[in-house]
Design a protein around this ligand. Sequence first.
Ligand code: HEM
Ligand SMILES: *[C@@H]1O[C@H](CO)[C@@H](O)[C@H](O)[C@H]1NC(C)=O
Ligand SMILES: *[C@@H]1O[C@H](CO)[C@@H](O)[C@H](O)[C@H]1NC(C)=O
Length: 515
Amino acid sequence: MFIYFPLFLIIFFITSHLYNKVQNFPPTLFPTLPIIGHLYILKNTNHFHRTLTQISKWLGPVFHLWFGTHPVLVISSPSTAEECLKQKDTIFANRPLGLTSGKTIYYNYTTLVTSPYNDHWRKLRRISTLEILGANRLSALSYMRTDEVRLLVLRLLRLWDQDDNTPTLNMRSLFMEVTLNTMMRMIVGKRYYEDCIVSEEAEMFQEMITQTPKLSSYTLISDFIPMLRIFGYEKKIRKNMIELQNNRDKFMQNLIEQQKKATKNDDNSLSQEKKMKTMIEVLLTLQESEPEYYKDEIIKGLMLDLIIAGSDTSAGTMEIALSFLLNHPEVMKKAHSELVNCVGEDRLVNESDLAKLPYLHSIIKETLRLLPPGPLIARASSKETTIGGYRVPIGCMVLINTWAIQRDPNTWVEPNKFMPERFLKNEGLAPRELGFTFLAFGNGRRTCPGENLAWRMVGLTLATIIQCFEWERVSEKMVDMSEHLRGLTLSMTNPLLAKCQPRSTMMKVLSQIRN
Ligand code: HEM
Ligand SMILES: *[C@@H]1O[C@H](CO)[C@@H](O)[C@H](O)[C@H]1NC(C)=O
Ligand SMILES: *[C@@H]1O[C@H](CO)[C@@H](O)[C@H](O)[C@H]1NC(C)=O
């Protein structure tokens, strides 16, 4: 045993090295262990994005790893990302398949986020970008977002009134609630969080929202090492996933039934109301004209995708941006002056003002550059191809390391420093012109369809709270900006706590809101 095992290992390493060379696979990490491959690097999953970035410094912008028996390609430079997301966009437009989460909680890979690149996806994607998240719908529903942000202001005012000292606020939960309320209102016309009032339905909703990312982040090791299945190791997680899915499905089905009933009841409602349709109404109208395609299941899957993909990401961006502002009072000051100059202090900032606030945009871009909510973009190859001259087999999982690309010293001056000014030269709304050096929303065919909505929600919320309140940290100590990854979603390790008080110059406007 003591003689043969090391001998076995040596032979294994040599043959796997030679295999790699002969097959023209990209460089890989040493050692590749039998059975588990490189899964040992997952021991610090919270910093997986940093681990991959470190490895790319050793191995270069294209390398591959073995997750058990699955090859995983990791892309870490703008030019290789461009090859993947532009030149070979159609080949890399799939998402990884064969994961338990996809089968159980994503309706067997039929939802927009998880579906392979096929006619079904194209159809879903088209109605999402045109009907659901298109500029017209977003504008028609803008009053909902305006209203929710006003309610946030009102809530901050009340908390301030109640307390003799400036109260300490948990900004993570405040931002999450305003985002979820906004999203749910746009999707189904209902709010879920009221001050202190928690209904049973809201509780169920909350549970659904927190459990989904948590459970889908358990990348089941047995998805990668089928051999482990015989130990029944993943049974419990699988069971929890199925239970979660049953609850989510019931919740969504209920919303559909309520909506159908409501539509029936006001059949003769005026057609001029049409423009204000919520997203679920749009989908149910489509169902009427094409019932065999827009089955309830497709609608439920799409709504869940929007909620899950849109909430944590947008709320997290608000939280991180405010944290940076608290640590950089000079930036906060400049953002406030921009608001005073461009909007004034006689009225609340609104969505049409956002285009006139380039500095605010740079702050959000810089936030998304340093701490992108999705630091690793997951794709899969639909046929054999090459990247950077190396061979990529069919069905290979691909991770595009946005984190590494957005902190690459070859592209960015002082990459780890928060400097919104670096973006002021290009004042445009969309970060597209930054090409493949900025990938916070992805790129190519599967780029984030909610980008426009995210800019509006994050922009309006931040602008409003900066305009109305003076913000400070809870202590002298800087806000802790350390991050952790859960599944493929990045957030700050500790929720942001902060204090605020109404700006004296805004009292007139604020007293109008109170009434
Ligand atoms: C700051 C906020 C957000 C960030 C940073 C973000 C980021 C991303 C990223 C990196 C992707 C993967 C793109 C790719 O594969 O190239 C993505 C996909 C997606 N996002 Fe967002 N997102 C945000 C907000 C939203 C919102 C508000 C919605 C919708 C309400 C949304 C819906 C989606 C959907 C449905 C997909 C999957 C698209 C597909 O596979 O075809 N996202 N997002
Ligand atoms: C899931 O989808 C695959 C491929 O489309 C199909 O073969 C399989 O039967 C489906 N499973 C269930 C449970 O519907
Ligand atoms: C924003 O406010 C300006 C000035 O009061 C107004 O002209 C504009 O229509 C408003 N836009 C929205 C979307 O409310």
